[in-house]
Ligand binder design. Sequence first.
Ligand SMILES: Nc1nc2c(c(=O)[nH]1)N[C@H]1C(S)=C(S)[C@@H](COP(=O)(O)OP(=O)(O)OC[C@H]3O[C@@H](n4cnc5c(=O)[nH]c(N)nc54)[C@H](O)[C@@H]3O)O[C@H]1N2
Ligand SMILES: Nc1nc2c(c(=O)[nH]1)N[C@H]1C(S)=C(S)[C@@H](COP(=O)(O)OP(=O)(O)OC[C@H]3O[C@@H](n4cnc5c(=O)[nH]c(N)nc54)[C@H](O)[C@@H]3O)O[C@H]1N2
Ligand code: SF4
Ligand SMILES: [Mo]
Length: 595
Amino acid sequence: MIQTACPLDCWDACGITVDPARPEALVSTPTHPMDNGALCALLNKHMHEAPRITTPRIDGQAVSMEEALDAVASALRSDRSLLWRGSGHLGVMQSVTDLLMERVGGTLTSGSLCDSAGQAGVEAGRGINRHLPPEQIAQAEVVVVWGRNITVTNKHLMPYLEGKRLIVIDPVRTPIAKRAEIHLQIKPRTDFYLAMLLARFSIMEDGEDHAWLERFGSEWEEFYEFTREFRIKAILAHMGLSLDQMGDMLRLIQTHKTVFLVGIPLQHYIQGHAVTWAIDSLAAVLGLFGREGCGVSYMGSSRQGFDNPFAVSLPRVPTVTAPFERFETVLVQGGNPAESMPDSNRVQAALDGVKNLIYFGLYDNETSARARIIIPAKNFLEKEDIRLSYGHQYVTPMHKVTEAAYGISEYDFVTEIVQRLELEPIESEEYYLSAWLDQCREENGQRVLPDYHPLPYADGFGEEGDEAFVFIDEYEDDDEPIGFRRFRKPREESFDGHYWLLTPKSLKALNTQFVRKSEVYLSAECGFAEGERVRLRNKQGELELTVKLSEDVRPDCALVYGSTPGVNRLTPAHLSEEGEGACYGEAKVQIERVG
Ligand SMILES: Nc1nc2c(c(=O)[nH]1)N[C@H]1C(S)=C(S)[C@@H](COP(=O)(O)OP(=O)(O)OC[C@H]3O[C@@H](n4cnc5c(=O)[nH]c(N)nc54)[C@H](O)[C@@H]3O)O[C@H]1N2
Ligand SMILES: Nc1nc2c(c(=O)[nH]1)N[C@H]1C(S)=C(S)[C@@H](COP(=O)(O)OP(=O)(O)OC[C@H]3O[C@@H](n4cnc5c(=O)[nH]c(N)nc54)[C@H](O)[C@@H]3O)O[C@H]1N2
Ligand code: SF4
Ligand SMILES: [Mo]
């Protein structure tokens, strides 16, 4: 039996063993405590249902791999080459292509479509982003699920929530919200204010953790002054929440071991970094860092503590707003930017103008449809790799199980191109695999991150782990409603026909892969009927969808799964103020009947 792990972009990183005689039968083999021994339907789709690209193509014609690689090599002779990498496979070996770009003098991207704004906020407060180990989550008494859809995106955390008191903060009544003791069905884009009000009330009621603050958060009184800039009544009315709800939540989190599980969409805003920073600041007031059974779990940085053998120093453009039109050659690896990037009308036009668009992936999609050169990838059973996780500290080797009938691994792709261009060869595959694995630590017989700490921030913050927590001290939002600050007059908020567009993950799709429906979920209060065709529209673009009525969505929101074809025609290409993150959440839409 050969050990590997699920490569898909998911918090869980499930362990798998495979009998090489029957490579199609994957056996779930938990390699870490967060893995409960069940592989999900997404992996089945990845392995068996999604039709793979089986032959290289140039201008739509099937060619041999040799011819295709020759064409890639000649395209990469351009001095204007860009590599845009998605997150289709989470193995570390995906990044080996950075070494290729270094050798050809190309450009890479920075920031991400996913978590980078929130990561910047976490780093602002804590210095570095350490995982909250699942073992700490297991010991919590109260769990605050803050904008994470656990039953869909992070299933293996469910057993950890058994028997705990649950608070959910989400504009949608998600399955986990239905089971929660308190559900704050918050207006989108207001989590920053909620965190600030909760911190303020906590200090007003003397609920802060004095001993902890003395040691690790000496600036807390300045922070309290900052929270007092925000007007309570106007903000509560705007969020659609009551003082009683604040009180109920505070009573629970001030008196119990509490964990915050923070999700992705609440930081998909221009001020996204301020949201995670404010949530961390609230947690600091309550003394939740470095305490057993407490803490804040945001998407961890899976490479925390590693010396990256693929590190290169090259010019970069933002992943979120990549100016494809400035490049002659664009290599897209493991992603579908034509659909997954915001403002896809702009993105698709820019990709259409690229002379040499190269697509390197497993499946055909909206990006491969535009590519001049298509290189089929190998899947995870056909190559060596190492799986890190953004949800926990465990590291799993991914061994090759079977020979590929077609396709090429990322490592072989780089060596083939480097050879053709007569550039400096890269090291052996084993060299890089060991460079990652040799840095890992052993903890109770498991391989974990190099600087893993069972109780993160127990001794303090920053690179050395001995500094104070830095509280958030500013927030400048150009769109802040009038009346939110002490010195400005309140204004009545009313719905103006522009719905907040929510684009969460769906159960049967993984980002733009697999099952992709074209539906919009609306509250019956919006006045549309089940099955009706509607057009969503804003200044970025428009999209026709079929109405599904749902009691779970706020009447001022339109929920369209992020996997829906064309959904990013409606999202703006803003960059978050910090972290170069995507701002899918800044989209509002008007809705009209079609016909
Ligand atoms: N509106 C909206 N848009 C969003 C989001 C949102 O919340 N709302 N979320 C964003 C987020 S969080 C993310 S992470 C991005 C994801 O966006 P992308 O990273 O673009 O991911 P996918 O669309 O899933 O494309 C993954 C592709 O990887 C390829 N692939 C799979 N395995 C391999 C492999 O081993 N090698 C190679 N070379 N290729 C492989 C497959 O062909 C697949 O088509 O989307 C973002 N887009
Ligand atoms: N089945 C499945 N699983 C996946 C993925 C997938 O495509 N399909 N994608 C993977 C990837 S790339 C990622 S990044 C993770 C993401 O994992 P999650 O963070 O769980 O992502 P989402 O489903 O986008 O959103 C979670 C919740 O945030 C809520 N939300 C939206 N806007 C706001 C807001 O302003 N404030 C608050 N408080 N909540 C808000 C949504 O209603 C939703 O219930 O999931 C991973 N797992
Ligand atoms: S839950 Fe996530 S890691 Fe596990 S099999 Fe499914 S997609 Fe893969
Ligand atoms: Mo993501």
